[in-house]
Every structure is written in C-alpha cells, then in structure tokens.
Design a protein around this ligand. Sequence first.
Ligand code: SF4
Length: 119
Amino acid sequence: MNDKTLPRRALLKGALGLAAIPVVAAVATAEAQAQAAKPAGGAALPRLDPNSPQAKALAYVHDGSQIDRKAHPNFKPDQKCNNCIHWTGKPTDPWAGCNLFPGRSVAGPGWCRVWAKKP
Ligand code: SF4
C-alpha cells in the first residue's frame, strides 16, 4: 500500500457514506407520506409503544383495566380510548389514531391521563 492509496480509500468511503444520507432521507420521507395516506381512523398506523417516553409521559396503557388505581385515582373503568374525544376511529375499532400521538395507533380499551369524554 502506498501513501496515496489510503487517503483515496478514505475519501471513497466518506463519499459513499455521504451518498447514503439522501437515500435514508428519501426512505423517511416516503414513510411519512405513506403514514399521511393511511385511513383517517388510524387503524393501520403502527401501534404506540407504551414504554416510549411520549406514552409514559401521559401514563398510556393498552388496557385501562390494568392501570395502577393508586397512581391514577381519577381513572374510571368506563374511560377508554374508544370513547375519548381524542380517538380518531369508530367506537368499535380495536385500534385507531389519537390526536395526542400522531402517527401511532392506540388500543380501544386503552387509557391515558388526559382522557376526556367524547361528546
Ligand atoms: S388521549 Fe384519549 S384516545 Fe388518546 S391515548 Fe389518551 S385516552 Fe386514549
């Protein structure tokens, strides 16, 4: 290996790495566009991970009956995502979008601390 080979290789590797950035950005954009094209109810959206920081911040759970009642004394058993004002699906949908978790779906029997009765 001569002294000129290594910098050329390093430059080539760097150039290939930079070339990958637009590809990653294009994939992310395509995914965002695909999400925007999903049904209004959000049933086809990826499910919200209850362990994600956003879900934990609002104490979201997939099943409200499993909630820690001492930690959430205001919870009532009839409070469910599918009768919450923020639910974007039909009441019978098992999963649907939530205005507070854009790009994700939440479970019909789910619950979080900002539940508010759908009028
Ligand atoms: S805001 Fe309503 S629909 Fe959204 S996660 Fe909380 S309880 Fe469920």
